[in-house]
Design a protein around this ligand. Structure first.
Ligand SMILES: Nc1nc2c(ncn2[C@@H]2O[C@H](COP(=O)(O)OP(=O)(O)O)[C@@H](O)[C@H]2O)c(=O)[nH]1
Ligand SMILES: [Mg+2]
Length: 441
């Protein structure tokens, strides 16, 4: 992957938005800034400037904030600048055209992950730290977020794998010494097998512990149930703000269960709409109803809707079908049309979304099912897979009688750890890691 030259990329999506940001990194940054802004940034490390940008025909492209970071005090360790254009995809395209018009040899669009790649090559981040940046962005549990932040800010030693890496280095050293200076062969061989076995046991125990510390749930799942026509889909659309939401179909059959995630007051929810229950269901409805029943065990809370025509018998059937115990709220719909005498919550489609959500006491429902505590974890998903792979060597070592073969396997394990931590300067490994990154990073 590594090629020199100056690279650029947007690091926000190119969509209509308040801002579209670009990063440029490499030896030509000062020259590019001079051409773009007619100003010299040489003495302006890490300061925000509000400047005009010009095309080569001297047209104003934009007036915006620009920051220059002088090498080596930048993310990549090279000269870097960040440019915060107004969020118009058209301006972004004019901006990129202008960069091309400069005809600077080697100036090109960055490949996925290339900024992070350069930061590792230039010693600004360890490989683990660079991977942590990727995980920070892509994860969706708070515990994983906290762990990856720790990795990024405090370095490799925070990783649960560090201890194991130190041990394998010692073990490998011992095996090498054994091969070089054999005296009491029998005794030493047994000792090495025992130590190797202890090493694998330790890997195994750590792995089990890591797997048992499940990441905490952050999404509260709520399902809307009730007879046909009571207003389930109307409520669903209202809550998920259907104009803006992308409603997902739960994969299944003819009449699928719809679900959508939404955020209210900073908390995450997933809401499920279901096919209604009626006494004589058509085939298609039946399938949808069944599908909803199947996923109901995964649901935290139910909104049971009823209107003037809902009977007690129907309500009981629904509770039974979805195995609803105490985790429900009774809601009467269409309160604009009908008068109800009960004390249940009453709603209608004319109410604002926020009013409906507060009537439904959505925040306290979240509190009831989702803990606000963040669990402490010492591994991310990638590291767990890594440990699983290491454990596959176990039987080969324990059952082997030739010390040279054991030495070779241990060498492989050591290499695996070195790859994981990036201690081997192997471009193939880096290529594999960074090509998974998203653009502009
Ligand atoms: N007057 C009134 N009609 C409603 C209200 N909510 C839903 N409806 C109507 O009731 C019918 C059934 O609604 P829908 O949401 O499709 O019910 P579902 O079968 O439970 O999903 C539709 O004609 C809606 O317009 C409401 O609050 N007030
Ligand atoms: Mg419906």
């Amino acid at each position: 992957m590594f090629e020199t030259g100056t690279i650029y990329s947007n690091f926000t999506p190119i969509v209509k938005s308040p801002v579209i940001a670009y990063r440029i990194s490499g030896p030509d940054v000062l020259d590019i800034l001079k051409k773009l802004t007619k100003k010299n940034f040489k003495q302006d490390h890490s300061r925000v400037h509000f400047v005009k940008l010009f095309s080569i025909e001297d047209q104003i492209l934009d007036e915006c904030s620009v920051v220059y970071f002088k090498s080596p005090k930048s993310f990549t360790g090279e000269d870097v600048c960040e440019i915060f254009l107004h969020g118009s995809p058209l301006i972004a395209s004019q901006f990129e055209e202008t960069l091309k018009d400069f005809k600077i040899p080697g100036l090109r669009l960055a490949k996925n992950g290339e900024f992070s790649y350069r930061s590792v090559l230039n010693g600004k981040n360890s490989l683990k730290q660079a991977k942590a940046i990727n995980q920070i962005i892509s994860n969706d549990s708070f515990s994983s977020l906290e762990y990856n932040k720790k990795l990024l800010f405090n370095g490799d030693s925070v990783s649960g794998l560090s201890v194991l890496r130190d041990e394998i280095v010692d073990l490998f050293a011992e095996i090498t010494a054994f091969i070089d200076f054999v005296d009491d062969e029998e005794f030493n061989f047994k000792k090495i097998i025992k130590k190797s076995s202890l090493f694998f046991d330790k890997c195994h125990n750590i792995l089990q512990k890591a797997k048992n510390t499940k990441k905490e749930k952050t999404v509260c799942k709520i399902m809307v149930v009730g007879s046909v026509n009571v207003g389930k889909s109307t409520l669903f659309n209202k809550i998920i703000d259907s104009e803006r939401a992308i409603v997902t179909n739960i994969k299944g059959t003819t009449r699928d269960v719809l679900s959508n995630e939404f955020v209210f007051d900073g908390k995450n929810y997933e809401l499920f709409d279901t096919a209604g229950h009626r006494d004589k269901q058509g085939k298609i409805e039946k399938v949808g109803y069944k599908k909803a029943q199947q996923i109901s065990s995964d649901i935290d809370h139910f909104f049971i809707l009823s209107d003037k025509y809902t009977t007690k018998k129907q309500m009981n059937l629904i509770k039974r079908d979805f195995n609803i115990k105490k985790n429900f709220t009774l809601i009467e719909t269409k309160s604009d049309q009908y008068q109800y005498k009960s004390k249940n919550i009453k709603i209608n489609h004319n109410l604002d979304r926020d009013i409906i959500l507060s009537k439904l006491k959505i925040s306290s429902i979240h509190k009831k099912y989702i803990s606000s505590k963040t669990k402490k974890i010492d591994f991310n998903d990638e590291e767990i897979v890594f440990l699983e792979n290491i454990l596959q060597y176990k039987n080969d070592v324990i059952n082997e009688s030739d010390i040279l073969i054991i030495a070779q396997i241990m060498r492989n394990i050591l290499d695996d750890f070195s790859y994981e931590f990036g201690y081997i300067n192997n471009e193939d490994v880096y290529d594999r890691v960074f090509s998974n990154f998203c653009i502009g990073k």
